[in-house]
Design a protein around this ligand. Structure first.
Ligand code: CA
Length: 291
């Protein structure tokens, strides 16, 4: 298995860095620090980072077609306007579950948002996976999810990849792009020595899977289950990744420091930082929300 180095690009010191999304228009990497309730914009060209504090834990920030952002929080999903730093709640399908929060999310080819939830202390089976269409209609597709993560779609759009981290499995569904229906769940790869977290697809149709507890990002072919490469990150808890930069040749990687003890923090001074690797394959643009 090929080994690929990662360089750190921003010493963010995040508690739980997550949810990277590339913003082609602003040439920026958007990301969140969930536990600090912060939305971040990192500009690689200037090596500058800006942060906005929201009133709730925030788990994803995705550009929309109208130019603002859709964000997921512990109080539902809403719009974020960077000009004013304002969060406007729109839908909260779990308003009667205050200890649940949104977690990872991605948009499908039709611009629908797919977003999952979890219980904040990681109690099992309390989360769900939702689809939010451009009119903000919410449909629940999966129940009894523990930590909803890692959404991606195959190049032909016919398969959706999904991770419920405690299962330690990367799963696939047949995906009906017309109506967003999921069927035929099966496991692509079981990861025995770490917890799969966020992931993205490259232009060859391979998955790049962040490994919580696994010191890196695993590249695998979901059609065969074969492990192809590993990006090595000098931080134990690697949370997510997305492609960006010129020609989408850069893989940006988020990490966490939350669960490190004093010795771990000394050994991993870059924990919570943003890293970048050049894996030699191009990725795909972050899909925008149509709503
Ligand atoms: Ca995650």
């Amino acid at each position: 298995m090929k080994r690929i180095p990662a360089e750190y690009v921003y010493r963010a010191g995040a508690v739980l860095g997550e949810g990277p999304a590339w913003d082609e228009e602003r040439q920026s990497l958007w990301w969140v620090d969930i536990e600090r309730c912060a939305v971040h914009q990192f500009l690689p060209a200037a090596a500058e980072d800006y942060a906005w504090l929201l009133p709730h834990r925030v788990s994803f920030v995705i550009p929309t077609e109208r130019g603002d952002f859709v964000v997921g929080t512990q109080r539902g999903i809403g719009r974020f306007d960077m000009r004013f730093g304002a969060f406007t709640p729109v839908v909260d399908p779990e308003s009667d579950w205050p200890c649940n929060r949104f977690n990872d999310a991605k948009c499908d080819a039709a611009g629908r948002l797919w977003a999952g939830t979890m219980e904040v202390s990681e109690m099992p089976d309390l989360g769900s996976l939702y689809c939010i269409d451009a009119a903000w209609n919410v449909t629940r597709h999966l129940e009894r999810v523990s930590i909803s993560n890692g959404l991606a779609w195959s190049l032909d759009g016919g398969t959706m990849y999904f991770i419920d981290s405690p299962t330690q499995c990367v799963d696939a569904f047949d995906f009906d792009a017309e109506n967003g229906a999921l069927s035929n769940r099966r496991t692509v790869l079981e990861i025995t020595d770490a917890f799969p977290d966020g992931m993205c697809l490259d232009a060859r149709g391979n998955l790049w899977v962040a490994l919580w507890g696994g010191w890196g990002v695993l590249c695998l072919d979901p059609r065969t289950g074969r492990k192809i490469a590993k990006v090595e990150v000098p931080v134990r808890d690697v949370t997510s990744c997305c492609f960006g930069g010129k020609d989408f040749a850069d893989l940006y990687i988020t990490t966490a420091s939350r669960d490190l003890d004093a010795a771990g923090r000394t050994e991993q001074p870059l924990a919570g930082g943003i890293f970048r690797a050049q894996p030699g394959v191009r990725g795909l643009a972050t899909r925008q929300f149509a709503g």
